[in-house]
Design a protein around this ligand. Structure first.
Ligand SMILES: Cc1cc2nc3c(=O)[nH]c(=O)nc-3n(C[C@H](O)[C@H](O)[C@H](O)COP(=O)(O)OP(=O)(O)OC[C@H]3O[C@@H](n4cnc5c(N)ncnc54)[C@H](O)[C@@H]3O)c2cc1C
Length: 103
């Protein structure tokens, strides 16, 4: 197996580093700054869940997330619903308070 260098420790860099390490490669991650921290919250769309599933991380992420069923856009002044999009595929939100939760 090859030794691989990954430039960047964001979502893409860490995902490729994990996948390559699991495939048996020796991986070194080079990151320009300190590793990014989750601030506020993160919305995970279906393509993100597909990637987490492929990496074997979906179960852990599910335990730390809140499943979303609709996206609603409301008028700022009246609060009336302008549009409502039902979410049929997995779509979830992870907040900083949930990220450390397990099971
Ligand atoms: C305010 C905000 C909110 C967002 N919310 C969401 C969300 O809810 N859901 C969602 O799916 N996406 C969200 N995104 C988008 C998501 O953050 C990006 O799509 C994702 O972070 C991109 O990942 P990346 O690994 O490609 O790049 P980055 O996360 O930008 O990571 C790149 C890394 O490379 C490092 N780097 C840069 N230059 C070098 C270099 N020369 N050598 C070595 N390392 C280097 C950087 O320091 C950084 O750590 C949001 C983005 C922003 C700005």
């Amino acid at each position: 197996m090859a030794g691989l260098a990954v430039s960047g420790g964001g979502i893409a860099g860490m995902a490729v580093a994990l996948a390559a390490a699991r495939a048996g490669h020796e991986v070194t991650v080079f990151c320009g700054r300190t590793l990014p921290q989750l601030a506020g919250g993160l919305q995970l769309a279906p393509n993100g869940w597909a990637a987490l599933t492929a990496l074997g991380l979906a179960e852990r992420a599910t335990a730390s997330s809140l499943r979303l069923h609709n996206i609603m856009v409301r008028a700022l002044d009246s609060g009336s619903t302008l549009i409502q999009l039902p979410l049929h595929e997995p779509y979830a939100s992870i907040s900083t308070s949930m990220a450390g939760r397990s099971g």
